[in-house]
Design a protein around this ligand. Structure first.
Ligand SMILES: C[S@@+](CC[C@H](N)C(=O)[O-])C[C@H]1O[C@@H](n2cnc3c(N)ncnc32)[C@H](O)[C@@H]1O
Length: 395
């Protein structure tokens, strides 16, 4: 069962959207109409444009035009549907990650589109607004970058001047801003062409990507990659995680350990991603999503937060455990029914995949993304279907 609206639990990775986040999203139609006024003809074509772009971004990836953000039809579709949904998704994750970023940090956002991450960061980090940061959004499509800058100016007003916002079209220009503190990429790496980047080399495209990013970062640095909650994106993040661990990075979230991934999404197995209920989106987005026939009952994403160095610019607090008899488990799945009036949810801990099991209850219980402290037992049974270690009663 899912929690009632407005009932975030301590330790949630996706707490309810804050008032600031909801208010910022509520302002989007107005900000968009100022930043990119639509002719009647384009307004009428918006719904069909959103549906076409959605097909390209999901089931017909190979046909996605590389310059889609330059085409008025798809740019406006992106801005009215995917952009607010991504601010919402990234915003709820940013609230849950609850990290602070050192003042004067330089942030490089690759495939930034309309500066989605910047808007989400602004809306979810009121305490960072007075600090100075340098943010550079990189995207091959200039129109999206331009609209993104105007929207940020409208959203942040004069207060936003303490954040120095720049945009660049060439990813290679990131060298000019190196060494940076923090690299972010939202819904970007699934658009990179693996065949092109990994040609003539033994390295995976994720190893090559990480090598490029490494060269742009300080010794104390962080990387946040947020991707769709699909099997293929999650598998890409598993490869990026492996490459990062091999290069001395630590996974600050969502992993609770540095051992082999317990949910790598191989064959029919489950993959690491998180679903949460978007009951707190503003009314206009709810109605617009219904109008374009793409309503969402679940928001979904996969992500990886990597950190490196003693003085990492991103600080995350992890709950301590007492000794080896205890361990941290990240809840991954939603709740599902089990025989004998029980219910379960999959989680991931240092011993691998776990099945958190308890008697059926009307209470919502731990949600996807929540971090729990569990007791390991030498006598634990394994679930015959998934091979997960069964951990009884998490309530
Ligand atoms: C799905 S959008 C994501 C935008 C934004 N980060 C978000 O989360 O809403 C992907 C963006 O990556 C950009 N992109 C894809 N491949 C690129 C490349 N090789 N160089 C620069 N930008 C690229 C596209 O133009 C597009 O704006």
């Amino acid at each position: 069962m899912s929690p009632a609206p407005g009932k975030s639990r301590p330790g949630d990775l996706f707490p309810d959207a804050s008032d600031e986040l909801v208010a910022g999203l509520a302002k989007m139609p107005d900000l968009l109409s100022k930043a990119l006024p639509l002719r009647d003809k384009h307004r009428r074509a918006l719904a069909s444009g959103v549906r076409r772009l959605s097909t390209f971004l999901t089931v017909e990836r190979d046909n996605l035009p590389p310059d889609y953000m330059n085409r008025p039809e798809y740019l406006s579709a992106y801005l009215h549907y995917f952009f607010p949904w991504n601010i919402y998704r990234q915003g709820r994750l940013l609230q849950g990650l609850d990290f602070s970023l050192k003042p004067d940090s330089t942030i490089l956002d690759f495939g930034s589109g309309p500066l989605t991450f910047l808007q989400a960061l602004w809306l979810t980090r009121p305490h960072m607004r007075k600090n100075s940061y340098k943010y550079i959004g990189f995207d091959r499509s200039d129109p999206g970058l331009k609209v993104g800058r105007k929207i940020f100016e409208g959203l942040a007003g004069t207060e936003g001047k303490s954040w120095k916002v720049h945009t660049e079209r060439q990813l290679g220009d990131a060298r000019k801003s190196a060494p940076a503190d923090f690299i972010v990429a939202g819904n970007f790496i699934n658009e990179l062409n693996p065949a092109r980047s990994a040609k003539d080399t033994e390295q995976t495209s994720e190893e090559i990507l990480l090598q490029r990013w490494d060269a742009l970062l300080k010794e104390d640095a962080a990387i946040l990659v947020v991707e769709p909650g699909t099997r293929s994106s999650s598998k890409q993040l598993v490869r990026l995680r492996e490459a990062a661990l091999g290069k001395g990075w630590q996974v600050a979230s969502p992993c609770t350990h540095a051992s082999e991934c317990a949910m790598p999404g191989s064959r029919s197995g489950s993959w690491c991603h998180f679903n949460f209920q978007p009951y707190d989106i503003p009314e206009w987005l709810f109605k617009f999503s219904r109008k374009v026939k793409l309503p969402k009952e679940r928001a979904s994403l996969s992500f990886l937060l990597l950190v490196r160095g003693k003085d990492c610019p991103v600080k995350i607090i992890t709950p301590p455990t007492r000794d080896n008899s205890e361990g941290l488990v990240r809840v991954i799945s939603e709740t599902f029914d089990l025989p004998d009036f029980k219910q379960g949810r999959y989680g991931c801990g240092q011993k691998g995949l776990v099945l958190l099991q308890n008697d059926k209850t009307p209470h919502p219980g731990p949600q996807p993304g929540e971090l729990l402290t569990v007791k390991w037992s030498a006598k634990s049974e394994k679930d015959p279907k998934s091979g997960a270690i069964i951990i009884p009663s998490t309530q």
